[in-house]
Design a protein around this ligand. Structure first.
Ligand SMILES: NC(=O)c1ccc[n+]([C@@H]2O[C@H](COP(=O)([O-])OP(=O)(O)OC[C@H]3O[C@@H](n4cnc5c(N)ncnc54)[C@H](O)[C@@H]3O)[C@@H](O)[C@H]2O)c1
Length: 251
């Protein structure tokens, strides 16, 4: 039985909790979320703030809150178990990256970076040395971006590191691509606010050494931070991170 603790339990967290309820080899150890509304009938301790004893009982913590909440709880998590984190923009902060790597070394932990709203992070990582140019363009509705634009406009263009500062809840895709590929300073982010769209759309372009790849991903979002595809991908990532037994395995 693998025991999973949740740091944040909104759209992504609830999809995962429902998924765990259907499995006999996983259980929810606790949910740490001061704003948690239990409309999914989960029966486990619900905590408003960190409790070290709760972390000690978990095999894996799934973070699906915010980059700031993750950063505040990082040491407590990694002192006790592995981590799967959805707020990848946390890695845009060099201090977070340094702390995360040091803590993994100290405690022998793994941090799982799920593919989240996109796919192909493993392939981007595999191609590492060949990439010369990596750009990520995202088109979202103003409400998803926390803005009130009434016409399509480019709201950011530049290095992904700075995009993480300005849009920490909206550029997790950019951060994940940067982390897997050529880093936060060389990856170029473009963010477009468009009141006509109800999707979160991402175009990822990678090139170098005679290889060129473009990924186009669009997912219904209705003004939310998280699109419709991510909860499905999150469940698959959780299964793979914990090892999903016999049968086919996509690697
Ligand atoms: N990696 C990706 O591709 C990807 C895709 C979509 C979303 N995300 C990110 O994943 C995270 C979760 O997304 P979501 O759609 O589930 O968000 P959500 O807003 O539905 O849920 C976030 C939850 O965090 C809780 N929270 C707030 N402050 C907290 C605190 N101090 N401690 C614990 N919990 C706290 C909120 O109450 C809420 O229930 C966000 O950071 C989002 O940007 C990443």
């Amino acid at each position: 039985m693998r025991r999973i603790g949740f740091l944040g339990c909104g759209k992504i967290g609830k999809a995962l909790v429902r998924h765990i309820a259907e499995r006999e080899d996983m259980a929810v150890e606790f949910i740490q979320d001061p704003g948690f509304i239990n409309d999914i009938g989960v029966q486990c301790p619900v905590l408003a703030k960190a409790d070290e004893a709760a972390f000690a009982g978990a095999d894996l913590i799934v973070e699906c809150a915010t980059a700031q909440v993750l950063s505040e709880n990082l040491e407590l998590i990694l002192a006790h178990c592995d981590l799967m984190m959805f707020s990848v923009t946390a890695f845009g902060d060099p201090d977070f990256e340094r702390r995360a790597k040091a803590l993994c070394g100290t405690y022998g932990r793994t941090i799982f970076i799920p593919h989240g709203a996109i796919l192909g992070l493993d392939g981007i990582f595999d191609g590492g040395p060949v990439w010369r140019q990596v750009t990520v363009e995202t088109v979202k509705s103003p409400s998803s971006l926390g803005r009130q634009d009434n016409r399509r406009s480019v709201v950011y263009e530049g290095p992904t590191r700075e995009a993480c500062v300005h849009f920490p809840r909206n550029v997790n895709v950019h951060a994940a691509v940067a982390l897997a590929g050529i880093g936060f300073d060389r990856t170029i982010s473009r963010i477009i606010s468009d009141p006509e769209v109800s999707t979160n759309a991402h175009r990822i372009s990678l090139s170098g050494d005679g290889i060129s790849i473009t990924l186009d991903i669009s997912s219904y979002a209705a003004g939310a931070v998280t699109g419709a595809y991510t909860p499905y991908s999150a469940c698959g990532s959780l299964d793979r991170a914990l090892g999903n037994g016999a049968g086919l395995r996509f690697v």
